[in-house]
Ligand binder design. Structure first.
Ligand SMILES: NC(=O)c1ccc[n+]([C@@H]2O[C@H](COP(=O)([O-])OP(=O)(O)OC[C@H]3O[C@@H](n4cnc5c(N)ncnc54)[C@H](OP(=O)(O)O)[C@@H]3O)[C@@H](O)[C@H]2O)c1
Length: 151
């Protein structure tokens, strides 16, 4: 199973100044539930934002320039997917999401109920008609949506 997990603002921002520009209690709970005992694949800047290997998961970082201790580093998404085990989740950033969207079986998208000014990384545009959308947990701060690719 190849999936993608993202949280995006109302204006599609996912990052600002190398960080995620919100901190909402409980928002990352689903991320942990989905990814523990599975594989997360991320770009170098996303890994640098997280700052350490995520515990109890296979961590694969994509970089052409840098190797880190405690994670697998490869220079392409294809190599990362080959080395992955269990469910595979692409967790950002922009280029990885853009490359993965045509391949993913499922996308876990959390829509954050905020508009972020001066964001510098966005979730790519994609064709929503290729997915069935299920609405999940709704709070005043966010709405969870699951996009499953139509057969
Ligand atoms: N809201 C969310 O859900 C979410 C999720 C993830 C990240 N973020 C945010 O997004 C931002 C980071 O995203 P980003 O798009 O700027 O960077 P990124 O994708 O995390 O990292 C970019 C780097 O990854 C490597 N890379 C990416 N695609 C590659 C490819 N196809 N082949 C080889 N190497 C590749 C390159 O590393 P080298 O330069 O080392 O070659 C590239 O410079 C941060 O602000 C982070 O907090 C938000």
């Amino acid at each position: 199973m190849l999936g993608l997990i993202v949280a995006r603002s109302k204006n599609n921002v996912i990052g600002k100044d190398g960080k995620i520009p919100w901190n909402i209690k409980g928002e990352q709970k689903q991320f942990k539930e989905l990814t523990v005992n599975n594989t997360v694949i991320m770009g170098r800047k996303t890994y640098e934002d997280i700052g350490h290997p995520l515990p109890n998961r296979t961590n694969i970082v994509i970089s052409r320039t840098t190797k880190y201790e405690g994670v697998i580093t490869v220079d392409s998404i294809e190599k990362a997917i080959e080395l992955a085990s269990g469910n595979i989740y692409i967790i950002g950033g922009y280029n990885l999401f853009k490359a993965a969207i045509p391949m993913v079986d499922v996308m876990y998208i959390t829509d954050i109920n905020m508009v972020i000014e001066n964001g510098d990384v966005f979730f790519p545009e994609f064709d929503e008609s290729k997915f069935n959308i299920t609405i999940g947990e709704e709070t005043p701060e966010y709405t969870r949506k699951i996009y499953r690719r139509k057969q």
